[in-house]
Ligand binder design. Structure first.
Ligand SMILES: C[S@@+](CC[C@H](N)C(=O)[O-])C[C@H]1O[C@@H](n2cnc3c(N)ncnc32)[C@H](O)[C@@H]1O
Length: 247
């Protein structure tokens, strides 16, 4: 999904700010509007805008990198033929779901995001990717939410570009992890700083504990997630693992 008719203007080096503060200008016949990259509701509302900025301009390759790593791990561990029922958590407008279908053809893919605009964008741009898509806050999942998700019997969780920066908090990630049965695949990426002693989000501590007690990492890959708007490479870790038990 791309839209060549979009006019987007990017700032230069003055935009050397944290990722969640980055912005660009969208120029339409109504004038010029400034949008922060993390204002997902506004970005998803414009068909093709997320793809134009994040994938074309900023060269993000994470959905492909991560789904390819999962495919390779499945092959290596002899699980290639096992039917995968995947929860795509922080699914956004569906690019990860699309890449998953290409890389591994799962039996089921269900998306969850916290904003309605993400679901609307999926229905508009990628209506055939997900078996279902829920707008929910897994920080506060009630029994009804847990039942809705539980009936899918997930054996894989994928989360791309959605941990930290005020997106998915640690408690919601842990709740998603605990929806999985033991031996499920767990695949995510996270900014390298948030998975180091310099972390200020709480993710490093949770992930270290998870890896000690509940998650066996089979692959840890350091790579360039995308460019910043100022043109610098932004490095993330991609993690592929298997759940050993609830956290
Ligand atoms: C950078 S986008 C990534 C979207 C998609 N995973 C991709 O790689 O194209 C981050 C997504 O996380 C979602 N998000 C933020 N906080 C969330 C939460 N607490 N629960 C679920 N989704 C959340 C946002 O709405 C947004 O769609």
């Amino acid at each position: 999904m791309s839209n060549c008719n979009l006019r987007v203007m990017y700032p230069g080096k003055e935009c050397m700010v944290e990722q969640d503060k980055e912005y660009f200008d969208l120029v339409t016949e109504d004038g010029r509007q400034r949008i922060r990259l993390h204002e997902y509701d506004r970005v998803y509302d414009v068909p093709g805008l997320y793809e134009e900025v994040v994938y074309n301009k900023l060269k993000c390759d994470s959905p492909k990198v991560i789904t390819d790593l999962l495919a390779k791990s499945l092959k290596k561990h002899g699980d290639r033929q096992a039917p995968l029922r995947v929860l795509d958590f922080g699914a956004g407008n569906g690019i990860v779901g699309e890449c998953l279908k290409q890389a591994i053809e799962p039996e089921t893919i269900v998306g969850v995001d916290i904003i309605e605009e993400a679901k609307k964008a999926v229905q508009r741009d990628r209506p055939d990717i997900y078996d279902d898509y829920y707008v929910m806050d897994l920080c506060e999942a009630d029994e009804g939410d847990k039942q809705k998700l539980g009936r899918w019997d997930f054996n894989a969780l994928i989360t791309v570009a959605a941990l930290g920066f005020g997106d998915i908090p640690t408690s919601a990630f842990v709740n998603a992890f605990n929806l999985l049965k033991n031996n499920s695949w767990v695949v995510f990426n996270i900014k390298d700083r948030f998975f180091s002693k310099d972390d200020e989000t709480g993710y490093n501590q949770i992930l270290q504990q998870m890896i000690s007690n509940s998650l066996k990492v089979v692959k840890k890959h350091h790579y360039c997630h995308r460019l910043s708007i100022a043109g610098e490479s932004l490095y993330y870790y991609a993690i592929v693992g298997r759940k050993e038990n609830d956290f």
